[in-house]
Design a protein around this ligand. Structure first.
Ligand code: SAM
Ligand code: SF4
Ligand code: SF4
Length: 367
């Protein structure tokens, strides 16, 4: 494609066409990067659009009515996404998470999920297939999503207080509809359900204990996420971050909790259990206790760029290979070459110098 034909939105972030090794070999299984981290999870952003304007993610001042989202022709098709998922599975990826933007606003996303549900590991085991959603469309879609093979969902919910929730999503969306979506997901068998709450000081931190109270004993696992400096538009300041240690202390003052061993090495959320047996909560401390050492995730953007870190400033254009006539072995070899030189550990290095970088928006790269 000549530079002149590349739509504007395509030039938003740098993405070189990856090198394809001369004599590609079929992937032989697991890949490790320069720091010995496996490629295990793939997050796939299926749209850069969203029906919310969460102030910490897609502030209206930037994502206004005139914002140029990606044109349809730029998006990977369902066939292209599935083909890449197969190539990644051959490289040892065992877990797929659909995200965005809001994944449930992509038209016919159920068809894509059905296609991905058929992808297996080289040993014939289906991949772990899940999705992160704002929950607004779940009440309508949960059953269909389960029927096509989705296994679980993570629902983002930042407050139970309707006024605060409406202000945070900034489109006046009522909290009751998200709670109904969570119920529908559970009834459809999309379990266990995880709830993600991004905590921002002075905005929703007084909702920490009410959220804990609401979800304890429900079988739904509430996870508190430190507000992160993703992208370049959310006005992040360290003062807005409520450290996980403080969150644990505030919950513990009301409902005593104790730390629990991780389920597996490299688990992102630190687990804490209620002493009275009412379940557990997770703390995701990407700012105060970075977990880059166990980071096994790659991210595929809506238009097919591969990012090896949430805080990357550039990706690799796999769509150019898909549409450029390369076969699966060549694409696999290119992915292998990208992962083998990966050295990312942004959260560990976070400093005045790194926070000034022109990072990629979360809604584009996929949360
Ligand atoms: N729209 C879906 C949703 O909200 O669940 C999926 C995409 S969203 C980008 C994925 C996750 O990223 C959500 O749980 C959201 O709360 C989280 N997120 C977005 N911006 C964030 C930020 N600046 N810091 C921490 N988490 C953030
Ligand atoms: Fe949309 Fe999710 Fe970002 Fe909120 S966090 S604006 S729901 S993509
Ligand atoms: Fe992984 Fe990058 Fe996050 Fe570190 S900063 S955990 S390398 S995505």
């Amino acid at each position: 494609m000549s530079e002149r034909n590349v739509p504007n939105a395509d030039r938003r972030y740098a993405a070189a066409v990856p090198e394809v090794p001369d004599r590609p070999q079929a992937p032989t299984g697991r890949l490790t990067d320069r720091r010995g981290r496996r490629l295990h999870d793939l997050r796939i952003s299926v749209t850069d659009r969203c029906n919310f304007r969460c102030t910490y993610c897609m502030p209206k001042a930037v994502f206004g009515t005139d914002y140029a989202f990606l044109p349809q022709a730029s998006l990977l098709t369902f066939e292209e996404i599935t083909r890449l998922a197969r190539v990644f599975a051959a490289h040892g990826v065992e877990k797929l998470r659909l995200t965005g933007g809001e994944p449930l606003v992509r038209r016919d996303v159920e068809r894509l999920i059905g296609m991905l549900a058929a992808v297996t590991t080289p040993n014939g085991v289906p991949l772990d297939l899940t999705l992160t959603t704002n929950g607004s469309l779940l009440a309508r879609k949960a059953r269909a999503l389960r029927e096509v093979g989705l296994q679980r969902v993570t629902v983002s919910l930042d407050a139970l207080d309707d006024k605060i929730f409406r202000a945070m999503n900034d489109v006046d969306f009522p909290v009751a509809d998200v709670l109904a979506g969570i119920d529908a997901a559970e009834a459809a068998g999309l379990q266990p359900i995880k709830i993600n709450m991004v905590v921002k000081r002075g905005v929703n931190d007084h909702e920490i204990v009410p959220m804990a109270r609401h979800f304890r004993g429900s079988g739904r696992i509430l996870r508190f996420i430190e507000f992160m400096d993703v992208g370049a538009s959310n006005g992040w300041r360290m003062n807005d971050v409520v450290p996980s240690a403080e969150i644990a202390r505030r919950i513990g003052e009301v409902f005593p909790i104790e730390p629990v061993e991780p389920n597996y090495q490299g688990e992102v959320a630190e687990r804490w259990r209620y002493l009275d047996g009412q379940g557990e909560v997770g703390l995701i401390s990407s700012v105060t206790q970075p977990f880059c050492g166990g980071c096994t995730r790659a991210r595929l953007s809506t238009e097919g760029k591969l990012f090896t870190c949430l805080f990357a400033t550039a990706g690799k254009d796999l769509r150019a290979l898909l549409r450029g006539g390369f076969d699966d072995a060549q694409i696999a070899a290119a992915i292998g070459a990208i992962w083998s030189v990966r050295d990312d550990r942004y959260s560990e290095l976070r400093s005045a110098a790194t926070t000034g970088l022109r990072k990629i928006e979360m809604s584009y790269i996929g949360g």
